[in-house]
Write a protein that binds this ligand. Structure first.
Ligand code: C5J
Length: 226
């Protein structure tokens, strides 16, 4: 079966293998007031605006019984997995591990580190914790995807130019065919999102493909719907 999703820079082809949805870091730290993103001086409402679209995408994958993996950026309570270079970066009032309005910033298990209520994983959906910006660094994601026999990744989440782009490049180098859903990803900076989407599709899709949620779901429904 060949499935085509209308995408940039040219149609995205799915093989007989099922694609996996990778939802990156839709956690309170980045999306809600009082979190890490807010502490760094960002306008978090830009990120919360994509919640309905990400929800639609997740719902579409659930309806089609396609695999979903959620990631969460976080560190151990003793910060042993956070290099000093990351810990000290930014010079903001709140640093990783400090106590904020939603508990310790970017620490696994703290209230602010949870995925947002609207996008909680269902039983059976994998939730991967990651200490870096990329989702493959120091995680079992590649092993899980290989076990699921996944070769195609549909990607959503935040922020476009940081964890999303880093993950997409890591995935591309590991041989995954990646499509980023442009209205299901966001940045604190509109121009950085635009530039990232342009970089991904440049040079014949050097990092992968970009399509909107509607076209992505339409292609998947044609392939896997009843
Ligand atoms: C950042 C992320 N921006 N999920 N993390 O620090 O993009």
């Amino acid at each position: 079966m060949t499935v085509i999703i209308e995408a940039k820079p040219y149609p995205y082809l799915l093989s007989a293998k099922k694609p996996c949805l990778l939802v990156i870091d839709m956690q309170r730290d980045f999306i809600e007031p009082g979190g890490f993103g807010d502490a760094l001086g960002n306008d978090v409402s830009r990120l919360s605006a994509i919640i309905p679209t990400v929800k639609k995408l997740i719902y579409g994958f659930r309806q089609l019984h396609l695999p979903i993996v959620h990631t969460r950026e976080c560190h151990k309570a003793d910060l042993s997995d956070c290099p000093p270079s990351k810990l000290n970066r930014g010079g903001s009032t709140l640093k990783i591990g400090d106590s904020g309005p939603m508990g310790r910033i970017l620490i696994d298990g703290e209230p602010g580190n949870a995925l947002i209520d609207e996008l909680r994983p269902l039983p059976g959906e994998l939730e991967i914790t990651k200490p870096g910006k990329g989702s493959f660094y120091n995680t079992d994601l590649h092993i899980h995807l290989q076990n699921l026999q996944v070769s195609h990744l549909i990607i959503a989440g935040v922020t476009t130019e940081v964890c999303v782009q880093t993950t997409m490049r890591e995935a591309n180098d590991r041989g995954y065919e990646c499509l980023l859903v442009e209205d299901a990803t966001e940045s604190y900076f509109a121009e950085f999102k635009r530039a990232t989407l342009d970089m991904i599709v440049a040079q014949g899709g050097i990092v992968g493909w970009v399509a909107n949620c509607e076209k992505t779901l339409k292609g998947l429904e044609q392939a896997y719907g009843q």
